[in-house]
Design a protein around this ligand. Structure first.
Ligand SMILES: Cc1ncc(COP(=O)(O)O)c(C=O)c1O
Length: 452
C-alpha cells in the first residue's frame, strides 16, 4: 500500500460558535492509503509477544485515536465548566451524526450514545419490565432470544423480563451450522412455541453476530418473520456489529439495535450506540442512570448521566478519520478482514484435519475453527485452561468454545477456537497458533494434563 504524503491526523475541533456539521470528517480526497508500516505503528502499543487472535472480545484502538481521546480529556480538565457548557453537547451530537450516516438511520434523534452494549440491553429491557409492572403486558407474555445469546444479556433478561413475570423462550441453534435456513427454521419453531395458548410474544432479542460460538445471524429475515408473526418489539444485539457486518437500519427494520464501537470500529473502551426507530414504541426509553435530563428523550438523557469521562464517546469522529485512511473505508476493512479470517480459518482447519463452524458466508471478521479431537476438550473449564496455556506457554490469545458431543458421534470435535482478523494481524499470528496446537498434538497433550 502506498503512503499518503500529506496525511495529517486532525483532531476533532468543534469551534466555539461553528456549525458542528462542518467538522464531521469527510472521506479523504487523497488517492493513497495508509501503509502497512503506518498500520503497525498505530498498534505499536500491542504486546508484540502475543499473537492477538481475539479482536472480538475487547477490540483495539490505534495510537491516533488514543491521542485524540487524550485531547478531549485535556479540554475537560483544562476548563471543565467551559467544556461542559460549550463543547460536550456539540461533540456528542457530532458523534451521533457520524453514526446516523454510517448506519443509514432516518433521524439523528434515533441515535443515543451509551457506554456499551450491556447498557443498551438494560435500557431496552427496563422498558419491558415497566410494561409488565404497569399492566400493559400480562404475566406469561413471552420474550424470545437465541440460546447463544451473550451470557450477560441472558442475565439481563432474567433480571428484567423473567422477574417481571415474562416467559422466556430460547431458540435452539445447531452448531456447527451449515445454512441460514437452519437458523430461520429454529426461530420459527420458537415463535410457535411462544404463541401456544394464545400467548403474546412481546419481544424478540436477536444477536446479529453471536459471541460464542460466533455465527452471523440472518437478522433481516428474522425481523421480517417477527413482523409477520406479530412480535411487538424486535431488538437486535449487535455488540459486534459496526465494522464487522453490514448494517443498514432501514433495511434491517428492527425497533432497537445496538452496536459497540470499541470492538470493530477502533474506538477506545467504551462506547456504543443504541438506535431506537422513530415510533411511539421508542418514546418510553430511559437511561438506567437517571440524571438532570430525565424525560428529555433517550439521546439527551444518555448524553449527561453525571460527571464522568465522556472522551470515548467524543472520539468517534476521529475513529472515522482513522478508518477513512484505508481503501474503501470501513467497508473495505470489513471485506478484507472477512476474506483474511476465512483464508486463515481454512488454513488452520486443513492443518489440523478439522472443520469450520459455519460456511464462510455466515461469518464476518471472526470464524470458528475446530480443534483436534485428541486434545480431549470436555468442559467449559477445559476451554479456559487450554486458553490460559496457549497464552502463557505459546503467546497466543484466542477464545475457545466447548461443544457437547452428540450421542453416537465418533471422535467428535468438542473444541472450537474463535479466531478474529483485524487490520493489525499478520499471517504469522495464525501460523503461531497452528504450530502451537501441532506441538501439543505431537506431544500427546490432553486437557486432562492441565490442572486448575
Ligand atoms: C453478543 C454480545 N452482546 C453483548 C456483549 C456485551 O458487550 P459489552 O461488554 O461491550 O457491553 C457482547 C460482548 O462481547 C456480545 O458479544
Amino acid at each position: 500500500m502506498a503512503s499518503p504524503k500529506n496525511h495529517r491526523h486532525h483532531l476533532p475541533h468543534p469551534q466555539p460558535n461553528g456549525d458542528f456539521k462542518t467538522h464531521v470528517p469527510k472521506k479523504p480526497k487523497v488517492s493513497t492509503f495508509i501503509s502497512d508500516s503506518e498500520v503497525q505503528s498505530e498498534f505499536a502499543h500491542h504486546d508484540a509477544s502475543v499473537a492477538r487472535l481475539n479482536n472480538g472480545s475487547f477490540g483495539s484502538c490505534p495510537a491516533s485515536v488514543m491521542a485524540a481521546q487524550q485531547q478531549w480529556q485535556l479540554r475537560f480538565l483544562r476548563q471543565p465548566d467551559s467544556f461542559y457548557f460549550n463543547e460536550l453537547t456539540k461533540g456528542i451530537l457530532e458523534t451521533r451524526t457520524v453514526i446516523k450516516n454510517l448506519i443509514n438511520a432516518e433521524d439523528v434523534n434515533e441515535i443515543s450514545i451509551v457506554d456499551n452494549a450491556t447498557t443498551a440491553v438494560a435500557i431496552v429491557l427496563q422498558q419491558i419490565a415497566w410494561a409488565f409492572a404497569e399492566g400493559r403486558f400480562q404475566k406469561g407474555d413471552v420474550a424470545v432470544m437465541l440460546h447463544y445469546a451473550y451470557g450477560a444479556v441472558k442475565k439481563s433478561v432474567e433480571a428484567y423480563v423473567t422477574r417481571a413475570g415474562g416467559r422466556v423462550i430460547e431458540v435452539q441453534l445447531p452448531f456447527p451450522v451449515s445454512s441460514r435456513e437452519e437458523i430461520i427454521c429454529e426461530f420459527r419453531k420458537a415463535l410457535e412455541r411462544g404463541k401456544v395458548d394464545g400467548r403474546k410474544v412481546r419481544l424478540a432479542v436477536i444477536d446479529h453476530v453471536t459471541s460464542m460460538p460466533s455465527v452471523v445471524i440472518p437478522v433481516k429475515e428474522l425481523v421480517i418473520i417477527c413482523r409477520e408473526e406479530g412480535v411487538e418489539q424486535v431488538f437486535v444485539d449487535a455488540a459486534h456489529g459496526i465494522g464487522c457486518v453490514d448494517l443498514d437500519m432501514r433495511e434491517i427494520g428492527a425497533d432497537f439495535y445496538t452496536s459497540n464501537l470499541h470492538k470493530w470500529f477502533f474506538c477506545p473502551p467504551s462506547v456504543a450506540f443504541l438506535y431506537c426507530k422513530k415510533s411511539p414504541k421508542s418514546l418510553d426509553m430511559h437511561h438506567p442512570v437517571v440524571s438532570h435530563e430525565y424525560g428529555n428523550g433517550l439521546a439527551i438523557e444518555s448524553a449527561w448521566i453525571g460527571t464522568r469521562d465522556y472522551s470515548a464517546q467524543l472520539v468517534v469522529p476521529s475513529a472515522l478519520e482513522f478508518v477513512n485512511r484505508f481503501e474503501g473505508s470501513i467497508d473495505g476493512i470489513k471485506k478484507r478482514n472477512h476474506e483474511a479470517v476465512v483464508r486463515m480459518g481454512e488454513m488452520l482447519a486443513k492443518a489440523w484435519g478439522t472443520n469450520l463452524g459455519c460456511p464462510p458466508d455466515m461469518c464476518g471478521s471472526m470464524i470458528m475453527v475446530g480443534l483436534p479431537a485428541c486434545l480431549e476438550i470436555s468442559s467449559d473449564a477445559d476451554t479456559l485452561k487450554l486458553r490460559a496455556h496457549l497464552r502463557e506457554s505459546f503467546g497466543v490469545e484466542v477464545p475457545i468454545y466447548f461443544r457437547s458431543p452428540k450421542e453416537g458421534e465418533v471422535c467428535p470435535i468438542t473444541g472450537y477456537a474463535r479466531i478474529s482478523h483485524q487490520v493489525y494481524n499478520k499471517e504469522e499470528d495464525y501460523y503461531k497458533f497452528r504450530d502451537a496446537i501441532n506441538k501439543l498434538v505431537d506431544s500427546k497433550f490432553t486437557c486432562k494434563l492441565l490442572h486448575d
